[in-house]
Design a protein. Structure first.
Length: 166
């Protein structure tokens, strides 16, 4: 029987560099596929105004969550999913509510951009980005379980992305 902290999700490099490359490509595609929506700004209908405001709210929320997460990690911050050697486990502040605020931030920003630009192709790629970041978080958690003994208990009491849902 495999150990509980082993992941079937591939590492994509010694520190998970492939996960970062894929994430960057998907983020770039979300942005590029949304660019045609710039032609419809400023919005000319009430529906477009609502989409712009909802999308802007998602962009702001994503930025705030990302800033809080990055600030709290401090010197432990790294783009790759394998934790830095000697990094500390952060489980308070925003990390006391969700385990992966930086990934949630990218999900919200991708969705927000797609909504502001009213771009179906951008929304499809934003959904793919969400699935990619969910898988990346699972790979990261396998490494976190190896690196930090208290991580298993932290994982049990803290939501991955959305408290009460997921």
């Amino acid at each position: 029987m495999p150990e509980p902290n082993r992941s079937r999700i591939p590492p994509l490099g010694p520190r998970g560099e492939g996960w970062v490359i894929g994430q960057g490509i998907l983020l770039a595609l979300v942005a590029v596929f949304g660019l045609p929506g710039l032609a419809s700004l400023p919005p000319q209908s009430s529906g477009r105004w609502i989409a712009a405001l909802v999308g802007l709210a998602l962009l702001v929320a994503g930025s705030m969550v990302g800033f809080a997460g990055a600030r709290q990690l401090g010197r432990s911050l790294t783009a790759v999913p394998r934790p830095r050697h000697g990094a500390r486990l952060v489980d308070s502040g925003i990390y006391g509510v969700i385990r992966h605020p930086l990934y949630l931030a990218l999900m919200l920003i991708g969705a927000g951009w797609a909504v502001v630009m009213v771009s179906i192709p951008s929304a499809i790629v934003a959904a793919a980005l969400t699935a990619w970041l969910d898988a990346k978080s699972r790979r990261e958690e396998a490494w976190l379980l190896e690196a930090y003994q208290p991580y298993a208990a932290y994982r049990q009491r803290t939501a991955r992305f959305v408290p009460g849902l997921y």
